[in-house]
Design a protein around this ligand. Structure first.
Ligand code: ADP
Length: 171
């Protein structure tokens, strides 16, 4: 029987507890979960592709130790069309997270476009957990810019990376 591969794509600029929650909950939905870090030059990310991927990898490593999935979650990076990458990875579904109403329109359009580009790949959504509805990478970056407290939104490694950026005046 063929493996059910699910892709969770995102910019992860940077990874938050909201993303981690989706990864943990998505890990057992199929046979294999691939977290796909997108280059996304359109969004002009604060963290480089390498930094974002390394941060996701270090958290996923811990998730894999904690959870006993039959096959561990893997992390890859990609540029170009998501549906092309998904086809290349033989994925059957794209996983996305939905927070309240704010995400709906964008996610609805993206799922619609992707279903035209790759009709055989279904998009599935997980609702954000109640306590993480308001956690967003964009707001975390804004709070960090003004030296606000972000430890409740991001894991330790991400926090460290923010401190390095602040020291080097890169934020
Ligand atoms: P993108 O630039 O592709 O939207 P993001 O890194 O911003 O990438 O988000 C990746 C996915 O994670 C999106 O589906 C987004 O809605 C979801 N997501 C982000 N934050 C949360 C959260 N707090 N709870 C649930 N899902 C979330």
């Amino acid at each position: 029987m063929s493996q059910k591969v699910i892709i969770y794509p995102g910019t992860f600029d940077p990874l938050t507890y909201g993303h981690i929650d989706i990864i943990e909950r998505g890990a057992n939905l199929g046979d294999q979960l691939i977290v796909a870090v997108s280059l996304n030059s359109g969004k002009q990310p604060l963290f480089t592709m390498e930094e974002r991927t390394a941060l996701v990898m270090s958290e996923v490593e811990q998730i894999n130790v904690k959870q006993k999935t039959t096959s561990p979650v893997i992390v890859k990076s990609f540029s170009g069309l998501l549906t092309d990458f998904a086809t290349e990875q033989k994925a059957t579904a794209i996983l996305r997270g939905l927070r309240a109403v704010a995400d709906f329109e964008y996610e609805f359009q993206m799922a619609g476009m992707n279903s035209k580009l790759g009709p055989e790949i279904e998009t599935i959504f997980l609702m954000a957990s109640e306590n993480l509805q308001l956690t967003s990478a964009r707001f975390v970056k804004e709070i960090a810019l003004y030296d606000g407290e972000i430890k409740n939104f991001v894991p330790k490694n991400v926090l460290k990376m923010f401190k390095i950026k602040r020291k080097g005046k890169l934020l």
